[in-house]
Design a protein. Structure first.
Length: 236
């Protein structure tokens, strides 16, 4: 799978760093592992390093989470190899850790690129909406993966409660622009083939009218019943 292929590249990059060679590009954060050694800490000892309303701080949190999970995946593979397993078995037995590392890396890349691209938006109103959307995406990812951020020591339990409240606030502020944000992808109605995305909110009324126009509903009972099902029932 793509996750496994990405994980192989990540572990290879990690091993390169371990051998003293620097890596570049989107995996350059692995170069900081030696001086940023992350150890699970007791709840009381965890430093609060993340401002949940600051995108730069959230990018750093995602980066450290990705680095920690890549290292954990590489250590898992090495541990299996140390048990005298062949390479393929070692990778298969470490699949869970490898996929988690790959997901964390991809998540970090999306949050980082989204945040970086905001600086190119010059329209103040659009920048405000997209910044809120970016923040929502980042906080939603944290809310779905709270265990990782807690275990790495980047967030505290009270902060996670704040994340949930902040998500609700962001959803409320983005709701008036939801249709415009979806329309920005410029998919035509013909491509979507759905009546759900309606600004007037009359979803069910229009869905009913749409269903009545379907060829499947031209007759009370579809022809396929008489052609296939009725002969089969007669044989029972």
């Amino acid at each position: 799978t793509l996750f496994r292929s990405t994980a192989r590249f990540l572990v290879k990059s990690y091993m390169q760093v371990r051998s003293g060679k620097a890596v570049v590009g989107m995996v350059s954060y692995l170069n900081d592992l030696s001086r940023q050694r992350i150890q699970p800490q007791s709840v009381a000892a965890r430093p609060v390093v993340v401002d949940i309303n600051d995108l730069a701080s959230l990018v750093e949190a995602y980066k450290r989470r990705a680095a920690w999970l890549v290292e954990a995946a590489a250590n898992s593979v090495q541990a299996e190899l140390n048990r005298r397993r062949d390479k393929e078995d070692a990778w298969n037995l470490s699949s869970v850790e490898l996929v988690r590392a790959s997901e964390a890396h991809c998540h970090y890349v999306v949050v980082k690129l989204f945040t970086d691209k905001l600086s190119e938006v010059t329209d103040v109103a659009i920048h405000s909406v997209l910044s809120s959307l970016c923040l929502l995406y980042a906080l939603h990812g944290i809310n779905r993966n709270t265990g990782d951020f807690l275990q790495v020591g980047l967030l505290t339990a009270p902060q996670l409660a704040q994340v949930q409240h902040r998500i609700k606030d962001l959803l409320a502020s983005l709701r008036p622009n939801a249709v415009a944000l979806v329309d920005a992808f410029d998919y035509s109605d013909a491509q979507l083939g759905s009546v759900l995305g309606r600004y007037d909110g009359n979803v069910y009324e229009n869905m009913f009218e749409w269903a009545k126009k379907s060829p499947l509903n031209k007759t009370q009972v579809h022809d396929s019943f008489y052609k296939y099902l009725k002969p089969l029932q007669a044989k029972l």
